[in-house]
Design a protein around this ligand. Structure first.
Ligand code: WTA
Length: 636
């Protein structure tokens, strides 16, 4: 039996039981056998969910880049570490070997040091999916700087909020980015953001598109000339296991985004371990996760997890529809991809196109297919299974979160029998449970409740940057002694989990988490808007789309409604980014409210979802008359 690489169901159960019986021993064995530590730990785990405080491998010292890069040099120096596939296929792929990656990361780390970045400093990275993005993350980790990657689709305002929240003193960006036919001017977004970020003293600029940019004297510096002058050797800074590795922002249902803080040792152990098992990774496989490194999936399963296993990991700059809808499958054929990991929204979008796009290519190299980010519907699951996997590649429906750092519930391919839409069983070391409305644990099977985790796991976030109280209130206060995920789930007759979706005001649109409150705040800035409420409604491709109910001030009445809709969506694009735009905007005479003044979203959700047969109890409403009015004018 191997704790580290599970190969059949019986073995899974054995390993799982062991991991739960004695988690400390279990993780200690794995940490000892498979990683490079500068110093071993004094204690495997100490924890108290009431504070909450969790420490893994306390006292241990390491540098994660030595695990991701240096230790492979002797045996895998000439193996491709990062396989870069550019937006434009004619540009040709780049194979970056472990040796080259070592040199590029070290050189970049020296540039950061020369620019005054020290251990513990926060560095904001706002880059498209080009190799420099992965190199920048690793360069920060090399010297103990804390990276905070912001997805390069966020607006200037959203970027500035994230830069200021964790006091970044440096930004790394590019002149621009390519997305299909589009060329996006990223630098000017950064320029706008930095107007409200006085703490940023240096902005390193990678040249990608060659577009025209203005460089601000004393702040903006082209990266390449600095790299050309820098030393190519950089000793790794020794970190404590519990030192911060990175911050990554995720939307909450209210308030500003939460900067989830991940630490070094536990995160490394868990992402490497889960990568190996969930993708059944073997030497010489070519693994491709289509996510952007701006999200947690990219951090854990493009960069850290795969590299820690000495894998070849693909970075794709483009979009699935360019030059045509066959692009994903063309890449699979060209690079003989063995594991392919994507989001349900991408599968749904591609399933709508002509089957020729898939059938044209040889996909026989594929061994494992993965999905992540939102519940996958049955139709999409079957399309993926039939046409991509040819019923030959198991699908791993992986449930996890920015906060969990790594995959929590997922089949182990070739071991766990899969059922469409079920994330199935917890990975070793993960102890999920369901809670009812009275905060009681629900025992037994064929039950539904709120998904919680009972015991710490190594890659869990340790806090929200600068706001530990919010961390406790959001995740550890609803159910005493448990981590609350914010998701609902069902447990079936054999104990498989099926995630039913968010139970809070977070809406997942095309796999992106969006909080309703920040979008409503953006809308309410419009001078003609009195108030607004956002809900999600089912959408064929995006999973959910956004429906806004907006009440205008008197000054807004009589204005052209289509123009108003455009202005409102522009405001949202400026404040958050285009991913948060509303699909439908209904102007209302009022919003249904409880007597205490709370908007009754439950009713609005039902109207948007065309589910008005039973609106539930409306007797507590202050203004029941608006409901009929909203239903009569609903955009469905
Ligand atoms: C949802 C992404 C159903 C869930 C790694 C979770 C899923 C949120 C799945 C976290 C899945 C993620 N099935 N729902 N396989 N995977 N989710 O932080 O609601 O971007 O809480 O992390 O996505 O999204 P995040």
């Amino acid at each position: 039996m191997s704790n580290y690489h599970i190969k059949h169901l019986e073995e899974y159960w054995q390993v799982y039981r062991k991991s739960v019986r004695n988690p400390e021993n279990f993780w200690e064995e794995i940490a000892e056998e498979h990683f490079l530590w500068r110093k071993k730990w004094d204690k495997v785990l100490s924890w108290d969910f009431s504070k909450p405080e969790v420490k893994w491998f306390e006292g241990a010292q390491l540098n994660i880049t030595e695990n991701c890069i240096d230790r492979h040099l002797a045996t895998r120096g000439d193996k491709t570490a990062i396989l870069f596939e550019p937006n434009d296929p004619s540009e040709g792929a780049q194979h970056i070997t472990y040796k080259e990656l070592h040199e590029r990361v070290s050189t970049m780390a020296n540039v950061l040091k020369a620019q005054g970045v020290e251990k513990g400093d926060r560095v904001c990275i706002y880059l498209p999916m080009i190799p420099e993005l992965a190199v920048a993350l690793l360069a920060c980790a090399r010297i103990g700087a804390v990276h905070s990657v912001v997805f390069a689709g966020f607006s200037a305002t959203a970027l500035a909020t994230r830069i200021n929240d964790c006091d970044c003193k440096m930004v790394i960006c590019s002149d621009g980015s390519y997305r299909g036919k589009k060329k996006i001017d990223l630098k000017s977004i950064v320029d706008e953001a930095l107007e409200s970020c006085p703490g940023v003293t240096t902005n390193l600029v990678v040249q990608r598109t060659g577009g025209e940019v203005t460089m601000k004297e004393g702040r903006d510096i082209w990266l390449q000339p600095l790299l050309d002058q820098a030393d190519t050797v950089c000793k790794a800074t020794v970190m404590d296991a519990e030192d911060s590795l990175f911050i990554l922002y995720t939307s909450g249902s209210t308030g500003k985004p939460k900067g989830m803080v991940h630490t070094t040792g536990g995160y490394m152990v868990y992402t490497a371990y889960s990568f190996k098992n969930v993708f059944q990774y073997r030497e010489n496989d070519v693994y491709w996760c289509t996510a952007d490194i701006g999200w947690i999936t990219g951090h854990s399963y493009i960069v850290y997890g795969p590299l820690c296993n000495g894998a070849t990991t693909v970075m794709f700059e483009g979009v699935p529809s360019y030059p045509d809808y066959g692009r994903f499958w063309e890449i699979v054929e060209k690079h003989k991809i063995t594991q392919f990991y994507t989001a349900p929204t991408a599968i749904r979008a591609l399933a709508k196109e002509n089957l020729d796009y898939v059938e044209k290519y040889d996909l026989s190299s594929l061994k494992v297919l993965g999905t992540v980010g939102e519940p996958i519907n049955e139709e999409a699951w079957h399309w993926y299974n039939d046409h991509v996997g040819k019923k030959n590649s198991p699908i791993v429906d992986t449930w996890w979160q920015t906060e969990t750092g790594g995959i929590m519930i997922s089949p182990i391919p070739y071991s766990t029998p899969t059922i469409p839409t079920f994330a199935t069983l917890p990975l070793p070391g993960i102890q999920p449970t369901l809670m009812d409305e009275n905060a009681q644990e629900i025992k037994g099977n064929q039950v539904e409740g709120r998904l919680c985790i009972k015991f710490p796991w190594p890659s869990m976030a340790r806090t929200i940057y600068g706001n530990h109280e919010r961390y406790r209130d959001t995740y550890f206060s609803a159910y005493k002694g448990m981590y609350f995920t914010g998701d609902g789930a069902r447990r079936d007759a054999v104990g498989y989990y099926r995630i039913t979706g968010r139970v809070d005001d977070v809406i997942i649109v095309s796999g992106h988490n969006l909080g309703t409150a920040p979008i409503e705040d953006a809308i309410n800035e419009h001078p003609a808007v009195a108030e607004s409420a956002i809900v999600g409604f089912p959408h064929d491709i995006k999973g959910n789309a956004l429906y806004g109910y907006i009440t205008l001030k008197e000054t807004g009445e009589g204005r052209d409604q289509d123009n108003l809709r455009k202005e409102i969506n522009q405001l949202i694009t400026d404040r958050i980014g285009p991913i948060a735009k509303l699909d439908k905007i209904q102007f209302t005479n009022g919003l249904p409210k409880t007597r205490s003044g709370k908007i009754m979203r439950r009713i609005l959700r039902k109207i948007a979802g065309k589910d008005t047969g039973n609106l539930g109890d409306t007797s507590t409403l202050l203004n029941p008359e608006v409901v009929q009015d909203i239903m009569d004018n609903a955009l469905v």
